[in-house]
Design a protein around this ligand. Structure first.
Ligand SMILES: [Zn+2]
Length: 407
């Protein structure tokens, strides 16, 4: 009912006279008074086509209202509007046909069609407003830009715990007035061994222990300790000198839970007039307190190193069990850190050998010095309970994340 015969029946044999198509054609009133009695006249092109009777108008209105309610969006509603109240719709066609009705029928037909069309238009407007609001809301939600979101969504990561610990150690030395010194990792054999008073037959020079750099006889190696940095500093700056040298060193070791061919150490060197072992022990006590807390007690055990005389192994009183409270307290026999001994081996130390001072241009009659070295991985393992050294270098980010984002 919603369109002219043209539109309803594309390609059909609609008469041009029926374009205006009501089934109440203009002729009806002038030629025959049959419209009311038989709305489906013989001139009607399609049975069931438009007519102005209450039933068909009500049906058209009901169909329009149902279509409006079912329209899911404004685009669909636009089609509903065209179909049900557009030029070719049943209601519009009926409206046009009113003027051709007999005079006495016009008022009733006009009221019927007008009210029906009015209801449809009102529903259309309401549904249009409803759908447009929903669509605008959806569009706004889709286009929302949260200005408070971070612009960089990449995870921040964490400083590697070895690096964090190295910085903490550096902070300690800077805090007591020392300087941080650095040097190359590819080092001359002279600075790594000879200047440090290691004789030509010293076992650490062997290929089993040291990584030499090509070509053969280049005299270059990957430094096995950071001690060459001490020689460089003494040669460049002379005495007095207070430096800490953190850095990576290399040994021809297989990697396992407690060994690595590449690890980090920090060495300290103090050169001044009148320095003694007491100054060394005092410095180590302060370092132990900085790293592990507790009541630090440093124990020295005689040893031999070519670059110090006297030389000693240094032990820190265990920080993990009762031993940390002092010498009167027994260590926990089950302590995992000290193994029940109450002591933790930390590294080597001693008074700088006069030959080393001489090699570095310092007069041993005038200046004395002490030196010590500690492994940073070992400190991390003790301090933070890392059981396997390999965890530090395997690059699993979960290892670093465990330490948070401390910077
Ligand atoms: Zn212990």
């Amino acid at each position: 009912m919603g369109s002219t015969p043209h539109a309803r029946r594309p390609g059909g044999a609609a008469s041009p006279r029926m374009v205006r198509g009501a089934r109440v054609p203009a002729r009806a009133s002038s030629e025959h008074s049959r419209t009311k009695a038989n709305p489906v006249s013989e001139t009607s092109p399609a049975p069931g086509g438009p007519s102005i009777d209450e039933q068909s108008i009500t049906a058209a209105v009901d169909a329009a209202l149902a279509a409006i309610a079912a329209a899911p969006d404004t685009a669909a509603l636009k089609q509903v509007r065209i179909e049900h109240v557009g030029d070719a719709s049943v209601l519009t066609s009926a409206n046009r046909a009113i003027k051709d009705l007999p005079k006495e029928q016009k008022a009733a037909a006009g009221k019927l069609v007008g009210q029906g069309k009015g209801r449809v238009q009102k529903e259309l407007a309401a549904r249009q407003a409803e759908l447009a609001a929903a669509e605008e809301e959806a569009a706004l939600a889709a286009e929302t830009v949260d200005m408070t979101l971070p612009t960089d969504r990449r995870p921040r990561g964490a400083a590697h715990p070895l690096w964090t610990l190295t910085e903490r150690i550096e902070d300690f030395f800077v805090g007591i007035g020392w300087e941080i010194a650095e040097g190359p990792e590819a080092e001359s054999s002279w600075l790594n061994f000879d200047a440090l008073n290691a004789d030509a037959e010293h076992p650490s020079r062997s290929l089993q222990d040291t990584l030499y750099l090509a070509p053969e006889n280049s005299g270059m190696l990957l430094r096995t300790q950071t001690s060459p940095v001490q020689i460089r500093a003494m040669l460049e700056r002379g005495a007095p000198l207070y430096i800490a040298c953190p850095g990576t060193v290399y040994r021809a070791d297989e990697i396992d839970a407690t060994h690595s061919p590449m690890f980090n150490q920090v060495e300290g060197l103090a050169i001044d007039k009148g320095l003694t072992m007491a100054n060394l022990v005092g410095t180590l006590d302060a370092l132990a307190a900085h790293l592990f807390g507790g009541a630090p007690i440093t124990r020295l055990r005689p040893n031999h190193f070519p670059f110090t005389e006297p030389s000693a192994e240094m032990d820190f009183r265990c920080f993990a069990c009762e031993a940390r409270l002092g010498l009167e307290h027994d260590a926990d026999p089950d302590c995992r850190v000290c193994g029940g001994t109450g002591w933790i081996e930390m590294g080597g130390c001693g008074m700088v050998h006069p030959n080393v001072l001489r090699a570095a241009g310092v007069d041993p009659e005038e200046h004395q010095g002490f030196a010590f070295g500690l492994g940073i991985e070992r400190i991390l393992m003790l301090r933070n309970g890392v059981a396997d050294m390999r965890d530090m270098v395997e690059g699993d980010v979960r290892f670093s994340q465990h330490y948070g984002t401390e910077i």
